[in-house]
Design a protein. Structure first.
Length: 560
């Protein structure tokens, strides 16, 4: 009896191993492909519990078998890829159970009062967002793939996006979560007082053992763990041990570390999110920057006025957008003459000042247009005298055109460049903004060593950049380029005190570099953490730890 037949004996959901299904689940949005043996679609939590118990029994028989949870498969790191069993949640575990108002807090303005939502992990963000907006709330940590991704993946990867400057990543919005552990039991994790922690540690269950061992690990290594937190505003690498214990507040919260663990500690079955009321009015300040040495001063001055988003794209992106400008206009779905006329001020800015090194987009929001404008105008005034080309938008259409230019330029290049594909492997680096004038020229020097077509866009307020080359992965030289350039770029990032991934997580593409980023001592704490939660290595192996670059490169997708 094969694995599929064994699972069907106790499984209420669907279990498939046909070639089309296996091929579909052998890919995500990364540069890798790994064909699974089975894809399981659990009907409910009991299916997941029974599946975990089954794998545990099979592991005792020395069979190489594991479980890898998967949501929508938009991961750019290879996180949900496995040669064993995929556990897909979007087919059945896709219900939002509750959306409501949090109790009002004394002294908090009505505009800042929040809500909450309790949801299963397989809910697509677009559907989740529709339901929460009906109540007047949003989950603000959505990524660029908001129309395609699911909330379970957002939690697993600690996703972020355009609003993170004001609201932070997903880790800040998870109130609590439920997860099936390696013993097949579902456990809820959330904030505990030290007194509650002592109660949790009593008993002989795996849950009690986790609390016993994790509290000891963090107590014994408290200062080192706190110091290990990357000194940047966003990070998705490693296990977030520094989030768990707070001696001053006397709190202990393992959910803060399960976020970003990429399915390596258990299978999440339910999430409680905090929500926020969105600001409905926006203005944008556009800054054309020719001299990167001015960047820290520009960022500091603009950040003083608390933009909700502070984005950027480079001169390569702008050149691509200009090259395929008619296509940009088609995407914006307006009258071509009228839309082209709207871009005349930008063309004039470029003609009189040349193509800038970076185009900066600072978006300010408010409960009224006047509030949004005043914030933008003050930020603009702070830059006077710096000899910059700047502009304040007047309408929502103007804001949309800048977002379209930033988001679509590279997609257009990809569609026009036949025989190549996007290759995200150095796609999510972050360093502190004040280090960018030194860091960016060195980064560009590394990139220029290789014959690559690429763009750099990112969240400038955080110092977070997305570098996406176009490559022909079937070229025998591609593997060598990916290996060498990854080593060079991530070494540079670590030298500048940054993180190898701000919001895309480790997966197959970056797990081999986690040890180098955090050092051997902290990495050993990661290894111990994974072992505490998953003694048999049931959940999503070769991610975070036990990863090698050789294994990843063996699974490079050379067929597309």
């Amino acid at each position: 009896m094969n694995i599929t037949e064994k699972i069907r004996q106790f499984f209420k959901g669907d279990v498939v191993d046909d070639e089309p299904s296996l091929n579909e689940y052998s890919r995500d949005a990364s540069i890798f492909t790994i064909k699974p043996r089975v894809v399981a679609f659990p009907k409910d939590v009991n299916d997941i519990k029974n599946l975990v118990k089954f794998v545990s029994r099979e592991k005792l028989e020395k069979l190489e078998i594991s479980l890898t949870p998967r949501a929508a498969g938009t991961d750019m790191s290879g996180g949900p890829l496995t040669d064993s069993i995929v556990v897909s949640t979007t087919k059945y575990l896709n219900h939002v159970k509750e959306v409501g108002d949090l109790p009002a807090q004394a002294g908090l303005p009505a505009s800042e009062e929040g809500g909450y939502a309790i949801t299963e992990p397989g809910v697509f963000y677009r559907d989740f967002d529709k339901l929460t907006r009906e109540k007047g709330y949003i989950l603000p940590s959505y990524p660029a793939s908001r129309e395609l991704c699911a909330v379970g993946g957002m939690v697993g990867n600690n996703s972020g996006g355009e609003k993170n400057l004001a609201y932070g990543e997903t880790e800040k919005w998870v109130e609590s979560l439920k997860m099936v552990l390696a013993d097949g039991n579902e456990v809820e994790f959330g904030e505990l007082s030290f007194e509650q922690l002592e109660k949790k540690k009593k008993g002989a269950s795996l849950e009690a053992e986790i609390y016993q061992k994790m509290s000891k690990l963090l107590t014994d290594n408290y200062d080192e763990v706190k110091a290990a937190r990357p000194q940047v505003s966003k990070n998705s690498s490693g296990y977030f041990l520094w989030n768990v214990m707070d001696r001053e507040a006397r709190t202990f919260d393992l959910s803060r570390m399960i976020v970003g663990s990429q399915g390596t500690l258990g299978i999440i079955t339910e999430i409680k999110f905090r929500l926020v009321k969105p600001k409905n009015h926006a203005r944008m300040l556009i800054i054309l920057l020719k001299d990167l040495n001015l960047l820290p001063e520009v960022v500091n001055k603009v950040m003083a006025y608390k933009p909700e988003s502070f984005e950027s794209y480079d001169d390569n992106t702008m050149k691509i957008g200009l090259k395929f400008f008619p296509d940009i206009l088609k995407i914006m779905k307006g009258n071509l003459f009228t839309m082209a006329f709207q871009f005349l001020p930008e063309f004039w800015m470029v003609l009189t000042g040349g193509i800038p090194k970076l185009i900066l987009m600072a978006e300010f929001t408010g409960d009224s247009d006047e509030e949004a404008y005043q914030k933008t105008a003050k930020a603009h005034e702070s830059l006077l005298g710096m000899r910059l080309k700047t502009k304040i938008t007047k309408t929502e259409k103007e804001i949309k055109k800048y977002w379209t230019f930033r988001r679509e330029s590279f997609n257009l290049l990809r569609h026009h460049m036949k025989g190549t594909r996007t290759a995200p492997f150095i796609d999510d680096v972050i360093v502190r903004p004040e280090k960018l004038p030194e860091f960016l020229p060195k980064l560009n020097a590394l990139l220029k060593q290789y014959d690559l077509t690429y763009t750099i866009a990112g969240h400038i307020g955080d110092g977070n950049f997305h570098i996406i080359p176009l490559m022909k992965l079937s070229d025998p030289k591609a593997k060598e380029v990916i290996e060498n350039l990854s080593k060079q770029v991530y070494k540079l990032v670590v030298e500048y005190g940054g993180s190898i991934t701000a919001e895309h997580n480790d997966g197959l593409v970056r797990s081999p570099f986690v040890r180098a980023m955090f050092g051997p001592k902290v990495f050993s704490l990661f290894e111990q953490t994974e072992k505490i939660f998953d003694p048999q290595n049931i959940f999503n192996p070769v991610k975070k730890i036990n990863a090698t670059l050789e294994y990843s490169m063996e699974h490079l997708d050379t067929k597309i």
